[in-house]
Write a protein that binds this ligand. Structure first.
Ligand code: WQD
Length: 378
C-alpha cells in the first residue's frame, strides 16, 4: 500500500475488471480520493485488467498512486461476499459500492433466464445484504437503457416507463425496484438509510486513450464495436452480419446512443460526488419524499443516435478496413432506437458525454492495434 492509503475512501466495485468496470476503476484512481476494491469472478474479464488500471494510475499520478485491490469472489457465494466486507470493518469500513457485475447479453438472457436471475438479481441481493449488515449507505447501480423496452418518446427521459423487452432488461428493472424498496426503509434515527443512484447506460464505446485498457470480453464479442475492431485487426474471421435493415429508422438499421467509455466512467465519479454531498446541503435527493427515500435514476448517454451503418462507416474511416457485411434477420430483443435524453444527468450530476464518435473509434482502434490478441495472451 502507499503512504496515502489511509485517507482514501474505500469503494467496492463489483465487476471491476470488465469493460465498464475497469474504466470506472481507472477514473476512481485518478481522482486520488478513492481506494477501489474490486469484487470479480472473471467470468467475462481478465485479471490483467487490474494491472493495467494500476499502471495507468502510476503513469498519471506517480509511483505513490493509489492501487486497486482484487477479491476473486462470485456474488452468488453470499458467504464469500460477506467475508470481503468483514475484512474492512476494522480498517475504517467501506464508503460506497458501485455495482456493475452482471450477465449482460440481451439475446443470451432469453436462452438461460435462470442464470440471469441467479446472477443479476440473486447476486445483487447477496451484495445488498452485506451492505446493510456493514452499514454501507452509498450505492451506484449499473442499470441499462434496455429497462425502457421500446420507449414512446425518443430521446428517452428518465420518466419513460420501465417496460423491459428482454430477460436481461427485466433483471435490471427488478434490481432497481429492490433498491427502491431498500431506500424506503427509514432507520428510526434517520441515520444509515441507503442512498442510491441508478445509472442507466446507453452504448459505451472506445477505450482508455493510452491504449493500455479496453474492451476484452472472453470469446467472440456480442457487441458491435469490439466485433468491428477485432475484424479489422484480423482476430475475428467470421462474416459481419447486420441484424435487420427493416427497422423504422432513417437507414433501416437500429439506432443507439454511443458514448465514450471514459465519459461513462466519469459519470460514476460524478455519482459518487453527488452521494458525498451532506444531507444538510441541497443535494440530488432533496426532492425525494420520505416515503420513497433517497433513490435517483439517471440516463448516461450522449443524446445522439447513430445507426449500425453509421458505426460501420465510422470504423471503416478509423481503421482503413473495408468491411463487407451480410444482411440477416433481426436479433431477438433488439428495439429500433435507444437514444438518451441526457439533460437530467447534466443538470443534477454535471454529466456531459463530450467525446465524439471519431475519438471513440480512434481510441478503440488504438487499443486493438496494441492488443492484436487481447490481454489474455499478453
Ligand atoms: C448494437 C446494434 C445490433 C452485432 C448492448 C446490450 C445492452 C447493453 C449495451 C448492458 C444492434 C447491431 C450487433 C452484430 C449487428 N449492455 N449488431 N451485428 O444490443 O444496443 O446493447 O450493449 O447494459 O444490454 O445488449 O448493443 O452492440 O449488441 O448492438 O447488426 O454483429 O448493432 O442488432 O442494433 P445493444 P450491440
Amino acid at each position: 500500500t502507499n503512504g496515502h492509503s489511509q485517507n482514501l475512501k474505500r469503494v467496492v466495485v463489483t465487476g471491476g475488471l470488465g469493460y465498464i468496470g475497469s474504466h470506472v476503476v481507472v477514473s476512481l484512481l485518478l481522482t486520488g480520493q478513492y481506494q477501489p476494491i474490486v469484487i470479480e469472478n472473471c467470468h467475462n474479464s481478465y485479471p490483467e485488467a487490474l494491472n493495467r488500471c494500476a499502471e495507468i494510475a502510476r503513469d498519471e499520478l506517480g509511483p505513490d498512486a493509489p492501487q486497486p485491490i482484487l477479491h476473486n469472489v462470485d456474488l452468488r457465494d453470499a458467504e464469500a461476499v460477506e467475508d470481503v466486507f468483514t475484512q474492512y470493518d476494522t480498517k475504517g469500513g467501506i464508503w460506497a459500492v458501485i455495482h456493475l457485475a452482471a450477465l449482460k447479453a440481451v439475446g443470451e438472457s432469453g436462452e438461460i433466464p435462470l442464470s440471469y436471475y441467479r446472477v443479476n438479481v440473486g447476486g445483487s441481493v447477496s451484495l445488498f445484504e452485506s451492505m446493510a449488515k456493514h452499514n454501507v449507505q452509498n450505492l451506484v447501480f449499473s442499470s441499462s437503457a434496455t429497462v425502457y423496452g421500446t420507449p414512446e418518446i425518443i430521446p428517452i427521459p428518465e420518466t419513460s416507463p420501465l417496460l423491459p423487452a428482454s430477460c436481461y432488461g427485466r433483471t435490471k428493472a427488478m434490481v432497481e425496484e429492490i433498491i427502491q424498496d431498500l431506500c424506503r426503509v427509514q432507520k428510526k434515527d434517520g441515520q444509515g438509510s441507503l442512498r442510491a443512484v441508478s445509472v442507466r447506460y446507453f452504448n459505451p464505446a472506445g477505450a482508455h486513450p493510452s491504449g493500455k485498457l479496453g474492451e476484452e470480453p472472453r470469446g467472440k464479442p456480442g457487441n458491435l464495436l469490439p466485433l468491428l475492431a477485432q475484424m479489422a485487426i484480423g482476430r475475428e474471421k467470421s462474416q459481419l452480419k447486420i441484424f435487420g435493415t427493416d427497422f423504422p429508422t432513417p437507414d433501416g438499421t437500429c439506432v443507439r446512443d454511443y458514448l465514450h467509455i471514459m465519459d461513462l466512467a466519469h459519470g460514476h465519479v460524478l455519482a459518487l460526488d453527488a452521494l458525498a454531498v451532506p444531507t444538510t446541503q441541497k443535494n440530488i435527493f432533496s426532492h425525494c419524499d420520505a416515503e420513497n427515500g433517497s433513490f435517483r435514476s439517471f440516463n448516461l448517454g450522449k443524446g445522439k443516435g447513430m445507426s449500425v451503418l453509421n458505426m460501420i462507416d465510422a470504423m471503416r474511416k478509423a481503421t482503413g478496413y473495408d468491411y463487407q457485411y451480410e444482411i440477416v434477420g433481426r436479433r431477438r430483443g433488439d428495439v429500433p432506437d435507444l437514444t438518451a435524453d441526457p439533460t437530467l444527468a447534466e443538470k443534477e450530476l454535471g454529466f456531459v458525454a463530450s467525446r465524439n464518435l471519431e475519438e471513440m473509434c480512434r481510441d478503440l482502434w488504438n487499443f486493438q492495434t496494441k492488443h492484436p490478441n487481447g490481454y489474455g495472451n499478453v
